[in-house]
Design a protein around this ligand. Sequence first.
Ligand SMILES: [Zn+2]
Length: 291
Amino acid sequence: MEIKHLTEKVAYVPNPVNIGVVRAEKSSVLIDSGIDESVPRKVSRLLEKPPLFLINTHSHADHCGGNTFLKKRFSTRVFAPELEKEIIENTILEPFYLYGAFPPEELRNKFLMAKPSKVDETLKEGTLTLDGVKLEIVFLPGHSPNQIGVAVENVLFCADSVFSEEAIEKHRIFVVYNVTDFLETLDFLEKTNYDYYVPSHGEVTQNIVDLARKNRNVVENVINEILEILKTPFTLEELMKKLFDRFSITIENLTQYVLYRSTVQAYLSFLLDRGEIEREFKENTLLWRRV
Ligand SMILES: [Zn+2]
């Protein structure tokens, strides 16, 4: 593990979830804490100043799984947006909403359920000054309900608002909670002009227009494939099978299954609300079809 400097005060530690590091007067501010305690333990050894502040961009377990270590070891003050805060404090909510009820043990794992931890302050959009350093909190919803990004010294830590090319190659269809918000966030990002964009998964980029376009292409491809498949009425399970076959996705465990299913349901909400598909109950079966 190494620390990569982008500007005088701003750096990040490349990791499956990149960890943002901002040097303040007497402390470091971290952005996201990684999947478990091992991440901030290693990151903290690379820092000149103790990580007394942590900003969680959103509540997914791979972004807040290290919170408990930071609280125990450094009494770190933790910030998160509304709603994301409640999930970080009650982490059963993630496997609960993905599964739809009390989740089986297979889903109560570190990828979906971090150790619960207290969030000290709710983040609002705008300027946040911590230990002499000014941070700009930017609202980036879509991947999760109230995801935020953090801008410092013209570097934007943009969380999971855009996925790097490698992440797109790996997942094919990335997790989306609200398709409309996700697309609006891409539009917003394209109009911004930061020197560096640090997505949580993959490489730093200076070309946000290109990366936003690649992300929008994925969303548009998923929409078009779903509309194509639903020329014939299908159940959710049947639709998922056909869609995953088309994207060469292989489901191997329940964790992957609920993440993809939730994303497909986000697309169904989007298309249903736009009147492009409709739903019908036939012999106690819910069928989706193109209008
Ligand atoms: Zn996420």
